[in-house]
Design a binder for this molecule. Structure first.
Ligand SMILES: NC(=O)c1ccc[n+]([C@@H]2O[C@H](COP(=O)([O-])OP(=O)(O)OC[C@H]3O[C@@H](n4cnc5c(N)ncnc54)[C@H](OP(=O)(O)O)[C@@H]3O)[C@@H](O)[C@H]2O)c1
Length: 264
């Protein structure tokens, strides 16, 4: 099955990850609009500005993946493409209302999505919300997004905003864990190559185990933890109420507060 044709606006870290994932799954001829990225392989096309989009090209879906501050400029340049077109915005902290206002009267079908970067290897998680789609259009969006990982439709923008600091930002928390494990491995005397190998391998292996298992995360943790054993001693520190549990709550609250600030 070929994925729909896209106009991908912004092929940076997020747009580039998604593009890579979709490319590997077989996209219908599509166009990237980006000032600075490399040209995609044939039959796809790169446009540096909206005026370079081939005449006659009508995408099934427009994906907006520029920085939030670039939304108005990008949508203004795309005005001729917007009427009746599905526009999936990946932008953090930009509401459906603000996206609609930036469409300046064009009747685009607005979808808000929050992907994450593991989409580049087909292991992403994307939260999605829209009130504008019929069943067929919703299926088209699900087909596209599920080509790069799991898809979670949510009922409201409030739920999408709640999901952002978990799955949108979450890969960064996991990469931080890998960084800290590597640093600790060096501190306790392991050589750099070994430190890197075991830190990254542990995070990757634990992730793969969670993905392959139906067990709760807490059960998988308990499976590694003998009472009063070595892991238990470490977890006593990490799971103390003022350690990871409260740090994670503060982190998620701060991320949500920043998203609200950026949206206002
Ligand atoms: N990174 C993540 O993990 C993540 C997760 C979820 C959602 N998001 C969302 O994804 C969006 C993109 O973030 P990012 O980190 O991928 O940004 P990024 O790396 O800066 O990529 C944006 C790209 O779009 C280009 N661009 C911007 N406006 C343009 C325009 N009008 N015409 C042509 N090209 C244009 C930029 O070129 P210039 O650099 O030359 O301006 C850049 O190459 C953000 O809204 C963010 O909220 C990101």
């Amino acid at each position: 099955m070929s994925l729909p044709s896209l106009l991908l606006v912004g092929c940076g870290k997020m747009g580039g990850s998604l593009w890579q994932g979709w490319l590997e799954q077989g996209l219908a001829p599509s166009v990237i609009l980006d000032r600075s990225c490399a040209a995609p392989p044939q039959p796809h096309h790169l446009a540096r500005t909206a005026s370079e989009i081939p005449s006659g090209f009508r995408p099934d879906i427009i994906i907006l993946a520029v920085k939030p501050a670039g939304m108005e400029e990008a949508l203004a340049s795309l005005h001729p493409f917007l009427d009746s077109t599905i526009v999936i915005s990946m932008l953090a902290a930009r509401t459906i209302e603000s996206l609609r206002a930036a469409c300046d009267g064009a009747r685009a079908k607005i979808v808000r999505a929050m992907p994450n970067t593991p989409a580049a290897i087909g292991k992403g998680v994307t939260g999605v919300v829209s009130q504008d789609l019929d069943e067929e259009e919703r299926t088209l969006c699900t087909d596209l997004l599920s080509a790069v990982g799991d898809v979670a439709w949510v009922e409201s923008e409030a739920q999408l905003e709640a999901l952002t600091p978990i799955s949108g930002c979450g890969p960064a928390y996991v990469f931080l864990l890998a960084e800290l494990l590597e640093k600790e491995a060096l501190r306790v005397g392991l050589p750099p190559e070994t430190a890197r190998l075991i830190a990254r391998g542990t995070v990757a292996g634990a992730g793969a185990l969670i993905a392959a298992s139906d067990e709760e995360s807490a059960t998988l943790r308990k499976n590694v933890t003998s009472p009063n054993g070595v892991t238990a001693k470490a977890l006593d520190v990490l799971m103390a109420p003022d350690a990871w549990p409260s740090a994670m709550t503060k982190a998620v609250d701060q991320a949500m507060a920043r998203a609200k600030e950026m949206a206002s």
